[in-house]
Design a protein around this ligand. Structure first.
Ligand SMILES: Cc1cc2nc3c(=O)[nH]c(=O)nc-3n(C[C@H](O)[C@H](O)[C@H](O)COP(=O)(O)OP(=O)(O)OC[C@H]3O[C@@H](n4cnc5c(N)ncnc54)[C@H](O)[C@@H]3O)c2cc1C
Length: 424
């Protein structure tokens, strides 16, 4: 980069993380190229099909104390809410061991929660600002998010999670059966208790939102190249170019934000990082006619139910089976059936064209925290992936943090908990 010149940054991958990072870099004065082989916000990205939740309270990592006792069940039941394919077990064992250890004690979970809270705080407001700037302000709604339970005892069975949420500054309103059904008249009567988190929000169409953010970045001067990154040319500890399957792109800086497909690129930048895919599914009913007023998550299904501009979406499930195995659509059927049971007035015998299903890849580290920080081979490359279950909500602050790190400015939050070097 010429002394005092404008740095050229290549952002690899245009899911929510890459889109937010590209915008933050433009605002930092960088020249930006976005490398994305697919349509931005398209079905190939986790950012397309997720649960739409902008949930600053999603601070509890997936692994919690005692989870190890359930591992035999994860292997035995291929259709359980968390399933591990036998054939993939040998490959995933080291990741799985770290995953279980990271949530071994309440103190460890609480430490992760503090780090996640710093990344997620105020996220709905940050999303609202970005969406407004992109001309799609209506896609972000801030009317709270709700966890629903059969009864108070079921809520109290999750006491540790709620205790930790309270410790990191999250508030909620507890609703009795009567209050819940006044708010949600269409919800099945088997639910009799809820915790409403008013600071939560949701996105009415994450795919369209990401596409709008990328379009905004292009309008602000970013160039988009439809090719996959394959590696880097690094000389004397400085980045010279990003390699793609359509040739090299000269670059001063690069950001690896290719979601679950970031692992090989991280290795090309000198880091062997434990990134896995936690595959998830959605089922969506077009023109459902009924549903929740506030997005909600029934405790017995562990899936989110949210109105979107494309229909009523039910998203969830965790399947550990790698990037390449074919989807198991029975899992999406389970989501659809649970949705039907949660809202009994939903139409039965729906024609196939009114039910859409999708499978995507959560980019997951074993400790439930993303990798955000410089690569070993050169500080010109910054990792920005591994957001697991919270990548949508975490996008804006991740983008800002990456831009601040690349600009050498004091970051707005302590980046150490996300430092990829924590994995040795
Ligand atoms: C079922 C489900 C429900 C979820 N619910 C929520 C939720 O409610 N709230 C929430 O916050 N999070 C949720 N998540 C998680 C969230 O969707 C992800 O963490 C987030 O979308 C990850 O964003 P990303 O930009 O890192 O990756 P992605 O969105 O996957 O984007 C990565 C992009 O990189 C591109 N790419 C891949 N390889 C290359 C390459 N070599 N070169 C260039 N580009 C490349 C891909 O084409 C893709 O477009 C959910 C996930 C799933 C699966």
């Amino acid at each position: 980069m010429p002394e005092g010149g404008t740095p050229h940054s290549v952002v690899i991958g245009a899911g929510i993380v890459g889109a937010c990072t590209a915008l933050a870099l433009l605002r930092e004065g960088h020249r930006v190229t976005i490398l994305e082989p697919g349509p931005p916000g398209g079905e190939q990205a986790a950012s397309y099909g997720n649960g739409c939740w902008l949930s600053p309270m999603s601070v509890i990592p997936p692994a919690v104390p005692g989870l190890w006792r359930k591992v035999p069940g994860f292997l035995a039941d291929p259709l359980g809410p968390l399933a591990i394919r036998w054939s993939y077990l040998p490959r995933v064992l080291p990741w799985l061991a770290r995953y279980l250890l990271s949530g071994w004690t309440e103190a460890r979970v609480a430490r992760t929660a503090v780090a996640l809270r710093a990344l997620l705080r105020d996220a709905p407001a940050l999303h609202a600002d970005l969406a407004e700037a992109a001309g799609v302000g209506g896609l972000i709604e801030r009317r709270g998010l709700m966890y629903v339970y059969p009864d108070r005892a079921a809520f109290e069975a999750e006491a540790m999670s709620w205790r930790i949420r309270r410790q990191v500054g999250i508030d909620w309103i507890e609703l009795s059966a009567e209050e819940l059904h006044q708010r949600e008249p269409a919800l099945d009567r088997r639910y009799g208790f809820a915790a409403l988190v008013e600071e939560g929000g949701h996105c009415r169409d994450p795919g369209a939102y990401v596409a709008a953010l990328v379009a905004l970045a292009e309008a602000e001067g970013a160039r988009r190249v439809a090719a996959p990154a394959t590696g880097f040319r690094i000389e004397g500890g400085r980045l010279r170019a990003v390699r793609t399957d359509a040739g090299e792109i000269a670059a001063d800086r690069a950001v690896i934000s290719a979601g679950a497909r970031s692992k090989a690129l991280a290795a090309a930048a000198g880091d062997r990082l434990p990134l896995e895919t936690e595959r998830g599914y959605h089922a969506m009913i077009a023109d459902p006619g009924t549903g929740p007023r506030t997005p909600l998550m029934p405790s017995d299904g562990k899936m989110s139910i949210t109105w979107t501009d494309r229909g009523l979406r039910c998203a969830g499930q965790v399947e550990i089976a790698g990037l390449d195995a074919a989807p198991n659509w029975q899992r999406a059927d389970i989501l659809r059936d649970h949705l039907m049971r949660s809202f009994p007035a939903l139409p039965r015998d729906l024609p196939a064209e009114r039910v859409r299903v999708w499978m995507g890849h959560r980019p997951s580290t074993p400790d439930g925290l993303p990798c955000i920080g410089p690569a070993r081979a050169t500080p010109d490359i910054v990792h920005a992936f591994g957001h697991g279950h919270v990548g949508l909500v975490a996008g804006p602050r991740t983008g800002r943090l990456v831009a601040q790190l690349l600009a050498g400015r004091p970051p707005e939050l302590d980046p150490r908990p996300y430092d990829p070097r924590r994995f040795g």
